[in-house]
Design a protein around this ligand. Structure first.
Ligand code: FEO
Length: 488
């Protein structure tokens, strides 16, 4: 089946109503997904992206209903991941000499997956264009790390359509293709889930890249993504949302996540939430047992929050494994501008809380006081937990609290629980210090002034402020603006 998109552009993609896992089992696609491929028939016939490899044969048979495959002049691969380039082997077996246009990095990935180095690859860079006749051109824009090193977008002049690949997409399946035709609540939930779980680590790159694209002053009538809807009604609304989400996004929201062996840590979570809501009813408070709830929803809530509390019982002197797992994932997502605190109940020792607090700090959260309770919290301990929630509400308030709520907490707490002042705040070191190392926020490569960077003629002893402005991370190719002081 196909869907008319605009003028001579046709959707020839594949819906996937039943997919529930992406990236192994790390991303739950609760609303399915789609793999959007587009066929342009101008004086030249162009195919933009393919579909997931598991639909290769269906895709090619469907495409043959639209065009004689031998009449395809160019194939554009905006991104080489298997959900977009997966059908290349099936397609190229029928038209092996057709030119493929993609970034240099994409060739590495396509060859790595399909093992056909003899294919007719043509490398493109930002600003390169391809004349497709009838006065129209395709202009290419590299978008490295949004979200893979090979990613790019393709802009079609005259029709003013931006084929954005993963960016601005959603894992969302619907019989309708256009954004104005689908349930808006579902759509924007999936947009935010997609950004929070996939693009958050690269937020520092989103704004400069969008600014670069806007700098071309090209009109945009549609944004044709490779997952989910085509944005035709007010297409730049999703661009504006990306700019907002990339700017250290937070809402007046606190997320509490935990796992519990004997219900005791869950009791603490409830009491802490009560204390927060009591002092600051403006705050949205959400509680999740990480062992029982959709992980990607929890991470989306973390993305939305100004702060999080992470709790675990102590088991074998460490935290429970599902808490450790989500902490590792949060470290990878590199959330910014968020506070955090650990809590948990223990029997023989309280090692979990200390370890959580350390992991939160490693993940760049600004940590505040932690809380431990021994065994099942009694009435006194539950009151300590509520008071802990009140303290958190005061400390994390985004604006002044009402007079009554802003009163300081009691000087002494009952002895049934223990507040643990661990790692009060991340160290802050000026980037101008002579020995200050700097870390790339995209790939975590570390610049050490003691060694410099030989391949770019940065001599040993060069402090960061003297490193040339055109310096690029030797690992991922990003510029100086994505580097942060290294606290390790
Ligand atoms: Fe939709 Fe990065 O693949």
């Amino acid at each position: 089946m196909s869907i008319h998109v605009k003028n001579n552009i046709t959707w020839v993609g594949q819906r996937d109503w039943e997919v529930r896992d992406f990236h192994g089992t790390e991303y739950k696609t609760l609303k399915g997904s789609s793999y959007n491929s587009y066929l342009i028939k101008e004086e030249k016939n162009v195919l933009i992206d393919t579909v997931d490899h598991k639909f290769s044969r269906d895709f090619v048979l469907n495409l043959m209903q639209e065009i004689d495959l031998d009449k395809i002049d160019y194939i554009i691969i905006n991104h080489a991941e298997e959900d977009h380039a997966g059908a290349l082997t099936e397609l190229m077996s029928r038209i092996p000499n057709t030119p493929i246009y993609c970034t240099e990095n994409a060739i590495d990935s396509i060859n790595g997956h399909h093992h056909h180095p003899e294919w007719n690859f043509n490398v493109v860079k930002t600003g390169d264009s391809l004349d497709i006749g009838n006065g129209k051109k395709l202009i290419f824009v590299e978008t490295p790390m949004l979200h893979w090193p090979d990613s790019m977008m393709t802009y079609m002049t005259e029709d003013a359509v931006l084929f954005s690949n993963d960016a601005f997409g959603q894992h969302y399946c619907d019989e309708h293709l256009f954004n104005d035709e689908v349930d808006q609540t579902e759509l924007f939930e999936q947009c935010q889930r997609y950004y929070a779980n996939i693009l958050t680590p690269f937020s520092r790159l989103v704004t400069p890249k969008i600014t670069e694209i806007l700098g071309f002053n090209l009109p945009v009538s549609m944004i044709a993504t490779s997952h989910g809807v085509v944005w035709r009604d007010n297409p730049t609304q999703i661009v504006e949302l990306y700019l907002k989400w990339a700017a250290d996004y937070q809402e007046d929201r606190i997320t509490i996540l935990y796992d519990t062996m004997s219900n005791n840590t869950r009791m603490m979570a409830d009491a802490i939430a009560q204390g927060i809501a009591e002092v600051d009813p403006r705050v949205a408070v959400k509680i999740y047992n990480v062992a029982r709830h959709d992980k990607n929803e929890i991470l989306t809530q973390v993305f939305r929050s100004k702060g999080i509390l992470v709790g675990s019982s102590t088991m074998n002197n460490v935290m429970m494994p599902k808490v450790a797992g989500i902490l590792e994932e949060m470290a990878g997502l590199r959330f910014r501008n968020k506070k955090a605190s650990a809590f948990g109940s223990y029997g023989w020792n309280g090692g979990a809380v200390d370890r959580i607090q350390t992991r939160l700090m490693d993940a760049s959260f600004e940590t505040t006081i932690a809380l431990k309770t021994k065994w099942r919290p009694d009435c006194d301990a539950m009151e300590v937990c509520r008071e802990h929630g009140r303290t958190i509400a005061r400390q994390w308030a985004l604006s002044p609290l009402p007079e009554k709520a802003s009163q300081p907490e009691p000087a002494a707490a009952p002895a049934a629980a223990l507040e643990v002042p661990v790692n009060a705040a991340p160290k802050s070191t000026a980037a101008g210090d002579a020995g200050q190392k700097m870390v790339c926020s995209v790939c975590l490569w570390v610049y050490d002034p003691a060694t410099g960077e030989d391949s770019q003629d940065v001599a040993p002893g060069t402090v960061w402020s003297d490193v040339p402005e055109d310096f690029l991370c030797p690992e991922c190719g990003m510029g100086k603006d994505v580097f942060d002081p290294y606290e390790g």
